[in-house]
Design a protein around this ligand. Structure first.
Ligand SMILES: [Zn+2]
Length: 439
C-alpha cells in the first residue's frame, strides 16, 4: 500500500484538540504517522490547500441494502409502510441485496463515511461488496423469530464469522432484531457468540411506545430492564434508538458499558418520537454513535445531515442548547469508531488512516474561519462537499471516482427499479405513494 501525503490542509479538525491550520498529514501502513510538518515524505500527494481535513464518519446503525426501498410508500403510516416493506422483502434475492449494498456503499463513501454497522438479510453479499469497495463494515445475519430459529441463526452467524476472518475491512456483528421480534433466549445465545468471536451484539431497543408495551406484556418489564434482570445487559451490547427508555434504564446502560446508536432522522420521519437525552448519555460516559438507519426511513445515508438533525432534535425536544455541534461531531467520529472497535476518529499519529477531505470553497460554507469551522461542518456542510474519503490508508472515493460511481449507480438503479414492476402491477394504475400521478 502506497503512503499518502495530504499536503497543507487549509483546516484540519480534530474532535478533541480542535482546529489546526496549514498542516500536512502523512498516512502509511493504514495509520496516521505524522500531523504537522511532514517533510521528506514520499507517496501519493493530495494537495489540500483548499480543503478541510477531518476524521471520517461512522454510521452506527443502518440497513444498507434498504436503499432499494428509498421513497417506497414513505408518506404512509408506520404500520402500513412496514407491512408493504415486509411483503416486498419476501422477494429479495442475494443479487438484489448485492446491487443495493453497492449503491449504499457508493453513497456512504461519497459522503465521507468510512464504516457502517449493518443489519440486513444476505449479509455475506454486503460484506463482499464492502471489501471490494474499500469500506469498513460490521455485518451479521438477523435473528427474527418469524423467519428463523435460534439454532439456524447461530450456525449461520458462526459460519459468516469464519468467512470474514479472511477479510481486511469487514467484521461480524451479532444481530438480534429486537426483544419484540426475537425471544430473549436469542440475546443469550448471541452473547455467547459475541464472547467467542469478540463481536458486539446489535439490537433495536426502546424505539417505539408500541415496542415498550409489547415487551412489558411479554416480560413484565421495560426492554432494557428485561435485559438487565436476565443478566444480559453487558458491555457487548449495542442498543439502537433508545428514545423510549427510562432514566434508570439509561443508568443501567452506563453501568454495563453498553453502547447506543441514535438515529434522529429515522425517529422523526417514522413519527416514533421518543426523547434520547444525548447530553446526559454522553455526560455519563456512554458511547453514543449516530446512525442513519436504512434509507427507507431516512432517506439518505449522509452522516453530515444526521449530525445536524441530531443537534436540532435535542434542541427541539429539550428547549435548551446544551448539545453543541461538537457533541454531534464527536458522536459521528469518535463514538462510531469505538462502536466499530477501531482506534480512530482523531487526527493523531497512531490512529487509523480514515480521513475525509471536504472542499473548503463550497458557497454554503462561506465565510469560513477556524472559529466557525466545527459549526460549518455540522450545520452547513452536506455529504456532497466531500472530495476524498480515505479508508484504512487507501483512497476509496475521489473526484476521479465520482463519475464512475454515478455511471454504476445508474446501472444499478435500473436493475433495482425492475424489482418494483411486480409491485406496480399488483397495485395497478392510480396515485403513486407521493400522491402525484406518474406518467
Ligand atoms: Zn434499524
Amino acid at each position: 500500500m502506497e503512503p499518502i501525503l495530504v499536503r497543507r490542509c487549509r483546516f484540519a479538525v480534530d474532535p478533541v484538540e480542535g482546529v489546526l491550520r496549514d498542516v500536512d498529514i502523512y498516512l502509511e501502513g493504514g495509520q496516521i504517522s505524522c500531523v504537522g510538518e511532514c517533510t521528506e515524505k514520499s507517496g501519493i500527494v493530495l494537495d489540500a490547500h483548499s480543503m478541510i481535513c477531518m476524521p471520517a464518519l461512522y454510521n452506527a446503525h443502518t440497513h444498507a441494502a434498504m436503499v432499494l426501498f428509498r421513497g417506497f410508500h414513505d408518506d404512509a403510516k408506520l404500520e402500513e409502510w412496514l407491512e408493504r416493506v415486509w411483503r416486498a422483502e419476501k422477494r429479495l434475492t442475494p443479487g438484489i441485496v448485492a446491487d443495493a449494498s453497492k449503491l449504499a456503499v457508493m453513497e456512504m463513501l461519497s459522503t465521507g463515511t468510512a464504516g457502517f454497522v449493518d443489519m440486513y438479510f444476505y449479509p455475506e453479499e454486503t460484506a463482499r461488496v464492502a471489501e471490494e469497495m474499500g469500506i469498513r463494515a460490521l455485518v451479521g445475519p438477523v435473528m427474527l423469530e418469524n423467519m428463523t430459529s435460534i439454532e439456524k441463526w447461530v450456525s449461520e452467524t458462526l459460519r459468516l464469522a469464519k468467512n470474514l476472518e479472511k477479510g481486511r475491512l469487514v467484521r461480524l456483528v451479532v444481530n438480534v432484531h429486537s426483544l419484540y421480534a426475537a425471544p430473549i433466549e436469542a440475546v443469550e445465545a448471541g452473547l455467547e457468540i459475541a464472547a467467542r468471536t469478540g463481536a458486539r451484539l446489535q439490537m433495536h431497543a426502546a424505539e417505539t411506545r408500541r415496542e415498550v408495551y409489547a415487551v412489558k406484556k411479554r416480560y413484565g418489564k421495560f426492554p432494557v430492564e428485561a435485559l438487565r434482570d436476565a443478566g444480559l445487559l453487558t458491555g457487548k451490547l449495542h442498543l439502537v434508538h433508545m428514545g423510549w427508555a427510562t432514566s434508570w434504564e439509561y443508568r443501567a446502560v452506563a453501568e454495563a458499558g453498553a453502547t447506543v446508536a441514535h438515529c434522529p432522522v429515522s425517529n422523526m420521519k417514522l413519527a416514533t418520537a421518543g426523547f434520547l437525552p444525548l447530553h446526559d448519555l454522553q455526560g455519563e460516559g456512554i458511547t453514543v454513535g449516530l446512525g442513519t438507519d436504512g434509507a427507507a426511513s431516512n432517506n439518505v445515508l449522509d452522516m453530515f445531515r444526521e449530525m445536524k438533525a441530531a443537534v436540532l432534535l435535542q434542541r427541539h425536544s429539550y428547549w435548551d442548547t446544551r448539545v453543541k455541534a461538537l457533541h454531534a461531531l464527536r458522536a459521528a467520529t469518535l463514538g462510531g469508531a469505538e462502536i466499530m472497535g477501531l482506534r480512530a476518529g482523531r487526527l493523531k499519529p497512531g490512529y487509523e488512516a480514515d480521513l475525509v477531505l471536504l472542499d473548503a470553497s463550497s458557497l454554503h460554507l462561506q465565510p469560513l474561519r477556524a472559529d466557525n469551522l466545527v459549526s460549518a461542518l455540522v450545520y452547513a456542510a452536506t455529504g456532497s462537499d466531500v472530495a476524498y474519503t480515505i479508508v484504512a490508508g487507501r483512497i476509496a472515493y475521489s473526484p476521479e471516482k465520482a463519475s464512475r460511481f454515478s455511471r454504476e449507480a445508474r446501472r444499478i438503479a435500473e436493475r433495482l427499479n425492475s424489482f418494483f414492476k411486480e409491485e406496480t402491477m399488483v397495485r395497478g394504475k392510480g396515485a403513486s405513494p407521493s400522491g402525484l400521478v406518474s406518467r
